[in-house]
Design a protein around this ligand. Structure first.
Ligand SMILES: *Cc1c(COP(=O)(O)O)cnc(C)c1O
Length: 818
């Protein structure tokens, strides 16, 4: 995975204006985030200007030893001893150009994958299937963006004989750039989902955009079921290879039959019936399996060989999961892969979690092509050192052999069982533990020991989706507008420090909680961002000061109370002033402003960080006039503050829906709540946002009931025709309200919607599963991206906010990155 280029060559390639200090630098690694620098001397840092200006991180990167920079803002030149600067017009384009140049240096075959779902699974499965015959280079995890693709392609080097890369686009006009970088020889379209979910206005528009990736491919693998809008000759590829379960195709699937957790698939191919066995039964895995099958056939594997390989596919969990562990530990579970690039990502996640001072990493032997063991383990050691890992537990003969490379606290075991036998002696306590190992080490056994038993109802929080929503809003902001993330009420039910850590790591400017307790919990978990407290009770003033929380002061009483409370010597304690412009909840009235101003201009104990107000109906077009009225009233009041205070303060009034509906209300900062969690009444179908939370439970028991029998409390439920009911482990104490009873609420089992029967009980409820093939232990979805919170809200005539925040704290949360 090494890629040596000297800086002068790169400079010429980029037509950059070069300012070279140590012109001999050899570049191995491209980095866009100063925190992910591994090997600083050989790193080239790209100061990409996106929602945040990458130039701001040059000092940090320099401090970490980086000496090579691609920049577009010349202000940063000159200030750094011995550094090389390449000045270009567009830094992202420069990154893409380097990747493209690297791609063009090699003639290896390259498979490119795009589609709405399944890209990463298909990529990883093809890797499993083809690794015996090829030296494969592939995208790390789901690196498929405008930045992820160039970083992936930069990895190609001499020893590789096949590339497998995924590409994703979220809007029009993005794919051409990726196509130019990847230059695929084989193209795979996995599928096409609903257009709005990815920011396109129609399915056809989305399809055409995705197909741009394949303009030059020799072979295009697809299913006509996904491309009904196009005629065959409009499809790309000199050769087209189709598969289908429904219509004529090169690989015509005749049937799929589940046998003992596996799927037996028969198909017609080149006039013959062929078959394979895939060790999965869910619909998505079967489709992904068929796509891999088609690819093996395209690559010339015999039907028999393809079958042998497919049968051994492993389930892929690309997820990096954060769970509560035993003895107050947090556990990051990444027991699937062991390679350097995914280790760097996992360590970044570990580093973003501040709740425990101590960080432990459990690693297995690593397998990395093209690197000798000594170099490999030294690189791992250097990575662990940089990420300030306190302790390494190495498992496996190879990592043990290189024990002396690691200079932190260490323990080594020859194999997983030896560690498990010694587990009690490890005394894990109050630390964050990353568990990461190659599949054959079965580290899932270790994560099981480390994590608390998870009650069968869990809420899963997709951190990629959360960040993608954050990026969405940042992209809608005018330059310089700050973001206050609303994390009140456990981040709308999604979590406390787990969410705040991620938001802090990704640089929001402010956090806001409802009560001091919530803020204290965040501080105790290592959150250092400024935190505003919306309801600062006088009894909590002490704690507010102790934990450096910033109170919202909303009337003269609380203002005077806080001023009196502050000790005489206190200077410039940060506070926020809330103005009532029409909500009539909390806030100073217009008539109180003059008096308020006399207090805060006379008293230097406090400093006004911000003056803000709240729109009452920013999502409702019928109330636009009122929203405008609130804004102008607010601005008139703010003028008085500007005149009275001799320092600047932040002005803010916009919540989620106002960001896009009233750009003029963005002012200096916006307060984003529900939008981060995937809902925005201002966006049709939440277009552009991703679903963050999934609530799932399991079937505990299945019963046949007769037409004459009743179901549940009060005998209020029945199935008039008789049938089958499934009892599931969620009830009103979990936040699944009683209003969902009697068929009002529906859940998803194997993709089928099933209604509730009878009343919802405290810890359980019953579903009508008549006619479905279900078993005890099957997964039941209460809400996810398919059955949305908006839909549930409609069923019981409430709003998504209430559905989300109702989910009780006893429901375990699992946070993950994909
Ligand atoms: C909760 C809250 C918000 C966030 O509102 P969303 O509609 O969830 O974005 C903004 N401002 C104040 C004062 C709030 O209480």
């Amino acid at each position: 995975m090494e890629n040596n280029h000297n800086i002068q060559y790169l400079s010429t390639l980029l037509h950059a204006e070069a300012h070279l200090g140590e012109s001999s630098s050899i570049i191995d690694n491209l980095v866009i985030d100063s925190r992910s620098v591994i090997d600083p001397e050989c790193t080239l840092f790209f100061a990409i200007v996106a929602q945040r200006d990458g130039h701001e991180f040059i000092p940090d990167a320099y401090k970490r030893g980086v000496r090579n920079f691609v920049i577009s803002n010349r202000y940063y030149l000159a200030q750094y001893e011995g550094a090389n600067f390449l000045v270009v017009n567009d830094v992202l384009q420069a990154l893409q150009q380097l990747a493209r140049d690297n791609r063009e240096s090699y003639t290896l075959p390259v498979i490119a994958i795009t589609g709405s779902n399944g890209k990463t699974i298909v990529k990883e499965w093809l890797y499993q299937l083809l690794a015996p015959d090829y030296n494969v280079v592939r995208s790390p995890r789901s690196f498929n963006s405008q930045i992820g693709v160039p970083l992936s392609l930069w990895q190609i080097s001499e020893e590789h004989t096949l590339g497998i890369f995924e590409a994703g686009v979220s809007k029009n006009e993005e794919m051409q750039v990726l196509a130019d970088i990847i230059q695929p020889t084989i193209g795979i379209l996995t599928n096409i989902g609903e257009a709005h979910a990815e920011g396109f206005s129609s399915r056809k528009e989305k399809l055409l955009e995705k197909l741009k990736l394949f303009q030059q491919v020799e072979t295009f693998i697809y299913s006509p079921e996904h491309t009904p809008e196009l005629r065959e000759k409009e499809l790309p590829g000199q050769v087209k290879f189709s598969w289908s379960m429904k219509q004529e195709a090169d690989l015509r699937v005749l049937f799929v039959e589940p046998i003992d957790n596996r799927s037996y698939i028969r198909a017609l191919y080149q006039g013959k019936e062929i078959q394979c066995l895939i060790p999965f039964t869910d619909k998505a895995s079967v489709e992904n399996g068929i796509i891999c099958w088609a690819t093996l056939l395209v690559l010339g594997y015999s039907a028999e060989e393809a079958d042998l390989r497919l049968e051994k596919l492993n389930r892929i969990s690309m997820r990096l999961e954060l769970k509560n562990g035993i003895n107050h530990c947090s556990v990051i579970d990444d027991s699937y892969s062991a390679d350097i690039s995914s280790l760097a990502i996992a360590l970044d996640f570990l580093n973003s979690q501040n709740q425990h001072a101590r960080k432990t990493v459990i690693l297995s032997d690593f397998y990395e092509t093209g690197k000798n063991d000594l170099a490999l383990y030294e690189e791992i050691a250097s990575l662990l050192r940089q990420k300030q890992v306190n302790k390494l537990i190495g498992i496996g003969p190879h990592i043990t052999e290189f024990a002396s490379s690691f200079d932190m606290e260490t323990d080594f075991y020859d194999h997983t069982q030896a560690f498990i036998d010694d587990f009690p002696a490890q005394h894990f306590n109050n630390e964050t533990i990353l568990v990461k190992g190659a599949r054959r080490f079965e580290f899932e056994r270790i994560s099981k020991l480390l994590t608390q038993k998870i009650h069968d109802t869990v809420m899963e929080i997709n951190l990629n989706a959360l960040l993608s929503n954050l990026r969405f809003y940042k992209s809608k902001l005018k330059p310089g507008v700050k973001v206050m993330a609303m994390v009140k009420a456990f981040s709308y039910g999604s979590g406390s420090f787990e969410i705040a850590n991620v938001l802090q790591y990704h640089k929001v400017d402010y956090l806001t909680v409802a009560y001091a307790d919530e803020g204290i919990a965040l501080r105790k978990a290592g959150i250092t961002l400024p935190i505003m407290v919306m309801s600062p009770e006088p009894s909590a003033f002490d704690a507010i000061m102790k934990y450096k929380l910033e109170p919202e002061l909303y009337n003269l009483d609380i203002l005077k109370g806080f001023l009196n409370f502050l000790p005489d010597g206190e200077r410039s304690y940060p506070v926020h002033l809330k103005i009532d412009t029409g909500m009539h909840r909390l806030g100073f009235d217009e008539t109180e402003i003059d008096e308020l101003l006399t207090y805060i201009t006379d008293d230097t104990k406090v400093k006004v960080m911000s003056v803000f107000s709240h729109l009452v109906a920013s999502d409702d077009p019928e109330q636009d006039e009122y929203s405008q009225y609130q804004l102008s009233r607010y601005l008139a009041i703010v003028d008085k503050f500007t005149a009275a205070l001799d320092y600047p303060f932040i002005r803010h009034i916009a919540n989620t829906a106002a960001v896009t509906r009233f750009p003029e209300a963005q002012l200096d900062m916006v307060r984003i709540g529900i939008g981060l969690y995937g809902f925005d009444a201002a966006l049709k179908n939440n277009r552009g946002l991703h679903t963050v939370t999934t609530l799932k439970t399991t079937i505990t028991q299945i019963k046949q009931v007769k037409s004459t029998e009743t179901i549940g409390y009060g005998r209020r439920g029945s199935l008039p025709e008789g049938g089958t009911i499934a009892t599931v482990k969620i009830g009103y104490a979990d936040g699944y309200r009683r209003d969902f009873g009697h068929g009002v609420g529906k859940m998803l089992i194997h993709g089928e919607l099933v209604p509730t029967v009878g009343s919802i009980c405290m810890d359980m409820c019953m579903l009508d599963v008549t006619g479905l093939n279900v078993s005890v232990g099957d997964e039941v979805i209460v809400f996810n991206e398919q059955l949305t919170i908006a839909e549930l809200a409609k069923q019981i005539k409430t709003i998504p906010y209430e559905i989300l925040t109702n989910i009780s704290q006893r429901v375990k949360r699992i946070y993950y990155y994909e």
